[in-house]
Design a protein around this ligand. Structure first.
Ligand code: ADP
Ligand code: MG
Length: 143
């Protein structure tokens, strides 16, 4: 039993479509606790720094424009195997390939506007949680 914390971002498309509550419900129904949260409009610089691992991908410029196009909702999720569980309930990067019942299958339109970001272990060059939250902004609490 490993209790983990992971970073999640509800992307500008899903925030604009009033889906914050519906997506939070998915986390909570899957025993992922929201232990920190903030709304923020990323600057281009922040988006570039956060997604630095994708710097040389052909989609990088579009990704940065999209992620800085409107407010996002950023949260820390805590729970058993939170990293893999969050990836599971998010669904595949391309919503067209995402399993039925996942966030991306149900709420996302395209591989660009795919509703949520989740930490994946490949992107661990930066500590994603510490990029957005100080220790004082994260609350570990019991049910
Ligand atoms: P994930 O968000 O599932 O971890 P990646 O880390 O591979 O996916 O990519 C980061 C983000 O970059 C994706 O969520 C998506 O918005 C965008 N992206 C990835 N691959 C493509 C692609 N082939 N075309 C357009 N955008 C992409
Ligand atoms: Mg990723």
């Amino acid at each position: 039993m490993t209790v983990e914390q992971t970073l999640s971002i509800i992307k500008p498309d899903a925030v604009a479509k009033n889906l914050i509550g519906k997506i939070y419900e998915r986390f909570e129904n899957n025993d992922l606790k929201i232990i920190a949260a903030k709304m923020k409009k990323l600057t281009r610089f922040e988006a570039e720094e956060f997604y630095a691992v994708h710097k040389y991908q052909p989609f990088f410029a579009d990704l940065i424009s999209f992620m800085s196009s409107g407010p996002v909702m950023i949260q820390v999720l805590e729970g058993e195997n939170a990293i893999s569980k969050n990836r599971e309930i998010m669904g595949s990067t391309n919503p067209k390939e995402a399993a039925l019942g996942t966030i991306r299958a149900d709420f996302a339109e395209s591989i660009d506007a795919n509703a949520v970001h989740g930490f994946d272990t490949l992107a661990n060059a930066v500590n994603e949680i510490m990029y957005f939250f100080s220790k004082e902004e994260i609350y570990s609490y019991q049910k």
